[in-house]
Design a binder for this molecule. Structure first.
Ligand code: PLP
Length: 385
């Protein structure tokens, strides 16, 4: 056997796989979560200045001083978390690396990690690579609440961490203060860490408010908060994110991060700092833009015959396609790409208990309105198929 066991325990990413299939069939990509427009001009200009200005060698492993200082200001103003840029921030190559480094830093082989299901696809392999034993707790259709008794029962003396993702991909759920307080209570009762992916913190609908669990009483020192630039500034290809945690935890994350990647791209970190200086109007416009797209795609999907779950946040819509007579999500997703010309992500890729998602599929709406309308027109063909 050439491969190590760990490399055989999980599959390739279905999301990224759908993008490759989409490119092959020249379909519209409503699968992978990235926008089809350019980042803000100020951010692009800052990157060009950094490239011309000598920022072309390794940055300090845990992040350039400018970027970490800007992150500390943002964490205070946006998340309500005061943190020391010298000891509590690690800049990483995307939230993807931050999640992996965080888990590798705090989880021992055999520890249990609680994960809400459906979950962002990466957490499955992350947990396996870190050696954790995942314990799944359902976010239930249609409003993605969890059963508090079920969550309590998932905690045990073996639990090391709970993986949170709010706002959530793929459900669009925003965890409420009350829900977070319940989770925080369990974390303290069982001595558990919260590892929280907050990459969609700026994309919320209907006046909802994002709350970082680290701000709840007793949670500051037992939370690793992960935020990133990919979604907020439409720079998914730049690979910029950061993990914020107490000094002792950060020391572990930094060591793992150093030997995984040394550091995130130096010139882009300078531009990342500039992004954090954008005015409040930028975030208002971002919100309005996504609010319009959410409504547009929701209408188009319903018109086409999908049962669509209205997201509270992020830029995805989970749907049920039972109405079309298909019974397998992967088969349906392949049919959509090849015959209808639209790529989406099979629901089971977000679930451990695959039976919960055989008739579910997720669409992404970070696309120009005319692209969404064209996708809607193609999907309407399903009614006649
Ligand atoms: N976390 C969640 C919940 C996501 O949806 C995504 C991308 O879709 C990521 C992390 C990846 O973030 P990054 O580009 O910072 O690695």
């Amino acid at each position: 056997m050439v491969l190590a066991k760990r490399a055989t325990l999980f599959e390739e990413s279905v999301i990224r796989g759908m993008t490759r299939l989409c490119n092959q069939y020249k379909a519209i990509n409503l699968a992978q979560g990235f926008p089809d427009w350019n980042p803000p001009r100020e951010v692009l200009e800052a990157a060009k200045r950094a490239l011309d200005g000598g920022y072309n060698q390794y940055a300090i492993t845990w992040g350039s001083p400018n970027f970490r200082k800007a992150i500390a200001r943002k964490m205070k103003n946006v998340n309500g978390i005061e943190c020391d840029p010298e000891e509590e921030i690690t800049v990483t190559c995307g939230a993807t690396e931050a999640m992996m480094a965080a888990m590798l830093a705090v989880i021992d082989a055999g520890d249990e990690a609680v994960i809400f299901e459906p979950f962002y696809e990466n957490y499955g392999p992350d947990v396996i690579i870190s050696g954790a034993v995942p314990v799944y707790v359902a976010l239930r259709f249609p409003d993605f609440r969890f059963d508090r008794d079920e969550l309590r029962a998932a905690f045990s003396p073996r639990t090391k961490a709970i993986i949170l993702n709010t706002p959530n991909n793929p459900t669009g759920k925003v965890f409420t203060e009350d829900e977070l307080a319940f989770i925080a209570g369990l974390c303290q009762e069982f001595g558990v860490l919260a590892i929280t992916d907050e990459i969609y913190e700026h994309i919320l609908y209907g006046g909802r408010r994002h709350i970082s669990i680290a701000t709840l009483p007793g949670m500051r020192d037992r939370t690793i908060t992960i935020c990133g630039h990919s979604k907020t500034y439409s720079i998914t290809g730049w690979r910029l994110a950061y993990a914020v945690a107490a000094p002792a935890i950060t020391a572990g994350i930094r060591k793992i991060h150093d030997f995984l990647t040394v550091g995130a791209p130096a010139p882009l970190q300078e531009a990342g700092a500039a992004a954090l200086e954008l005015p409040a109007s930028y975030y208002q416009e971002l919100h309005e833009k996504y609010e319009g797209k959410r409504r547009l795609l929701l209408g188009l999907l319903r018109e086409a015959g999908f049962e669509a779950y209205d997201p509270e946040a992020a830029y995805y819509i989970m749907t049920d396609f039972s109405g079309f007579g298909f019974t397998d999500d992967t088969e349906f997703a392949h049919y959509l790409v090849k015959e209808i010309g639209v790529a989406a992500v099979p629901g089971t890729s977000f679930f451990h208990h695959k039976e919960l998602a055989r008739t579910k599929i997720r669409f992404n709406f970070a696309k120009h309105d005319d692209v969404l309308r064209e996708a809607g027109a193609r999907l309407r063909k399903l009614r006649r198929a």
